[in-house]
Ligand binder design. Structure first.
Ligand code: 13P
Length: 252
């Protein structure tokens, strides 16, 4: 059984004080439940404040990006080791905004995935096609390439803590959610590729989150699909009430 991972990606939002307030409100709203795992990914600068608020709660802490080296002359960068030091357990790698706004490509993302494991972090590796790629019928090919290049050479042990997130670029921040059907079709494809890279049983154990305009009113239908194992939520995670409703979706 895969425990759904319900994560908030706050992107570049919230000062420390605002983050503290939001994390506190989320903490108060979310009843501990053994059938789902909850994760908050604030911006780097707010991680210590959120860590303090979440201390003693089952809500986990993660970051949105990292560098692939543990330390060095990389002005402006933050390493996985530094994130571990602040109490992060997860790190998002290869978010479409990193790929498309900051030009991060498969080779760099592969280094980051490996570095996350080395630092003791669980990477949430994001994949997803752009609208033009879907319109050209290339979405399966694009996602397969991202998976094979980004996840090459992982050990079996590493696959046990890996999370994959399918985030179609056309659904991010647009209010245009993938239908449960469209999402499930791609999640099944992702799992088939993972099974081909490793094995069926390994692929069956890997959680695949969906991301892209997840809201309180569409989360339950997405989560009812057999290969959707959680949500990576952007905009709706910035409001404790709506994120709380997403996290506490009624399970069937
Ligand atoms: P939205 O939920 O705002 O569409 O963002 C999704 C996302 O990018 C999460 O990582």
């Amino acid at each position: 059984m895969r425990t759904p991972l319900m994560a908030g990606n706050w992107k570049m939002h919230k000062t420390s004080a605002e983050a503290r307030e939001l994390a506190q409100a989320v903490r108060e709203r979310i009843a501990p439940a053994s059938d789902r795992e909850v994760l908050l990914c604030p911006p780097f600068t707010a991680i210590p404040a959120v860590a303090e608020v979440l201390s003693g709660s089952p809500i986990r802490l993660g970051a949105q990006n990292m560098h692939w080296e543990p330390k060095g002359a990389f002005t402006g960068e933050v390493s996985g080791e530094m994130l571990r030091d602040l109490g992060c357990e997860y790190v998002i790698v290869g978010h479409s905004e990193r790929r498309h706004i900051f030009g991060e490509q498969d080779e760099i993302l592969h280094r980051k995935v490996k570095a996350a494991f080395r630092a003791g972090l669980r990477p949430i590796f994001c994949v997803g096609e752009m609208l033009e790629e879907r319109d050209a019928g290339k979405e399966r090919e694009v996602v397969e390439r991202q998976l094979r290049n980004g996840l090459a050479g992982l050990t079996e042990q590493e696959t046990k803590v890996l999370v994959v997130a399918y985030e179609p670029v056309w659904a991010i921040g647009t209010g245009r959610t993938a239908t449960p059907d469209v999402a499930q079709t791609m999640h099944e494809h992702v799992r088939t590729v993972l099974a081909d890279i490793w094995s069926g049983p390994i692929a069956d154990g890997i959680r695949i989150q969906y991301g892209g305009s997840v809201k309180p009113d569409n989360v339950a239908s997405l989560m009812a699909e057999p290969d959707i194992d959680g949500a990576l939520v952007g905009g709706a995670s910035l409001d404790a009430e709506s994120f709380g409703r997403i996290v506490m979706f009624p399970s069937s």
